[in-house]
Design a protein around this ligand. Structure first.
Ligand code: ADP
Length: 485
């Protein structure tokens, strides 16, 4: 890897605790999903190391919390500048460990950095309040204070952005953090930490504990059980979210959970079909379909179904599947073989229950973990793909006839993260946007995430919001102060 980086010192295989690079007796292998080659061997930490990381974060807390917001903001701004300056290397590391095409990886670096910039600015705008008193001899106030030591457990699909979206508001609020990055993509996280060190983030403010899948479970237990840790933020599957919630119950931690999604994408009969097709492309095929806000179910009005399917299939022809390090590639591999197996299972199930294969429908010749971009039509709600998250490049098309019917279908999910719809009718736009039981609604667009908007889900898609001015509240406690005169 080092030879592929402009700055080879961004390649780290050791964990990062209390400002030090920490090795371990055991290591675990990091695989390039495009080539199936081992590209790194990263420290596989023990639970005792996680305890050390918590202790380091606890030790660093008073000084960090007591810095002026302006001072924290200035360090974070330096970190932001360094992330942007090293975009190319960070993107290279990400493509090698995660598979997404280089241009898309660079896009994530900029997106991930935007949270650091945004929360550095927001740090200066944390405000309490003075209440109208009900006692003439007392004055009432609300202070906002950092919650304390935080933990972030993050997934592999956005190896940088899912980390910055959690640690930037935590740091800005005056908290210190222990991060357990996904075992499949720790290299991006470690490079971020190196840049943080260069930016002057004090020792112990951010700590990165790396571990393989088994050790992640053990370390997860340690982090959840610690009474020192006051907040846990997790992005990943709903199943693991439930486990973490349970494990955090004994110490009553505050939780932020960004869990699974199953986004409906509705095309009404009055939609601009070309716009709907380009929105569908962006929403469905980004990151090979491996995002929690990817469209999972396309509900298309019967009157426009044929036109939509034809244009969508035509649009898919521009997708170039292959190793994301090569120029011109727009769809990389799936993260691992198990992910490919799930996609194969969903497609086979749909076809066996009567779906029509429009295009794709099989693994790609590019290599072991690649799957062709696929459209299935005549899908119905008996098929697995309409209720389980696929996390792959498959677009299932389900016809509908009325607004009431499609809203009911769209809402018939345990998930409530993102949703999308296309219509030019202003009345319908309002009614449908209000009726969809989702934390986020894209109207006439397939891309909605940015640092200024609150990202998050309802129902079993999670708790809390990330990004935006609301994202900081997650890491602040309110304190009521009543002063007798
Ligand atoms: P995905 O479905 O995105 O692969 P997972 O929910 O399996 O997501 O994993 C997301 C993160 O949660 C990863 O960092 C992983 O190591 C971690 N993780 C998985 N299982 C557990 C567990 N039982 N306890 C703590 N962390 C876990």
């Amino acid at each position: 890897i080092r030879t592929q980086l402009k700055d080879s010192s961004l390649f780290k295989e050791e964990a990062f605790i209390n400002g030090n690079w920490v090795s371990s007796k055991k290591t675990f292998a990091i695989n390039n999903p495009a080539t199936d080659e081992i590209i790194a061997n990263v420290a596989n930490l023990e639970t005792a190391d996680a305890e050390n990381a918590i202790a380091a974060a606890e030790k660093a807390l008073p000084e960090w919390r007591n810095k002026l917001a302006k001072e924290r903001a200035s360090i974070m701004r330096k970190w932001f500048d360094l992330i942007i300056a090293n975009t190319q290397d960070l993107a290279t590391l990400m493509t090698l460990e995660q598979g997404k095409p280089l241009a898309e990886a660079a896009g994530e670096v900029v997106y991930g950095a935007s949270f650091v910039e945004w929360f550095a600015e927001e740090a200066k705008r944390v405000e309490g309040s003075v209440l109208s008193t009900t006692w003439s001899d007392k004055r009432l106030m609300v202070l906002k204070q950092p919650i304390g030591v935080c933990v972030a457990i993050t997934p592999w699909n956005f190896p940088i952005a899912m980390i910055t979206r959690k640690i930037a508001p935590a740091m800005a609020a005056g908290c210190t953090i222990v991060i357990k990055p996904a075992e499949l993509t720790p290299l991006s996280a470690l490079a971020l930490a190196e840049l943080g060190k260069r930016a002057g983030i004090p020792d112990g403010v951010i700590n990165i504990v790396t571990a393989d899948a088994d050790q992640s479970i053990a370390i997860g237990k340690t982090l959840c059980a610690s009474p020192t840790v006051r907040h846990l933020s997790f992005t990943g599957s709903t199943e693991v979210g439930r486990i973490l919630m349970e494990q955090c119950a004994p110490t009553v931690k505050k939780l932020a959970l960004e869990l699974g999604g199953h986004a409906p994408f509705i095309v009404f009969e009055d939609a601009d079909i070309d716009a709907a097709v380009s929105g569908a492309m962006a929403s469905k095929f980004r990151n090979s379909g491996q995002t929690c806000v990817c469209a999972n179910r396309f509900y298309v009005h019967k009157k426009v179904q044929d036109t939509f399917v034809e244009k969508f299939a035509k649009a898919l022809e521009i997708i170039k599947v292959g190793n994301g390090m090569q120029a011109g590639i727009t769809q990389g591999p799936l993260i691992e073989t198990a992910a490919l197996e799930k996609v194969k299972k969903h497609v086979a199930d749909a076809l066996s229950k009567g779906a029509t294969l429009v295009t794709g429908g099989k693994p790609s010749v590019e290599g072991k973990n690649f799957y062709e971009p696929t459209i299935l039509s005549n899908v119905n709600s008996q098929m697995l793909i309409t209720y389980e998250e696929t996390f792959g490049p498959i677009a299932p098309i389900i016809p509908f006839e009325s607004d009431e019917e499609v809203i009911k279908l769209a809402n018939s999910s345990q998930f409530g993260l993102a949703s999308y719809f296309y219509s030019r009718d202003i009345g319908r736009v309002w009614k449908v946007a209000e009726a969809l039981e989702y934390g986020m609604v894209g109207v006439n667009t397939g891309l909605i995430s940015n640092e200024v908007a609150p990202f998050g889900g309802i129902k079993q898609s999670g708790l809390g919001r990330e990004g935006s001015l609301y994202g900081m509240d997650e890491y602040l406690e309110m304190k009521y102060v009543c002063v007798g005169l």
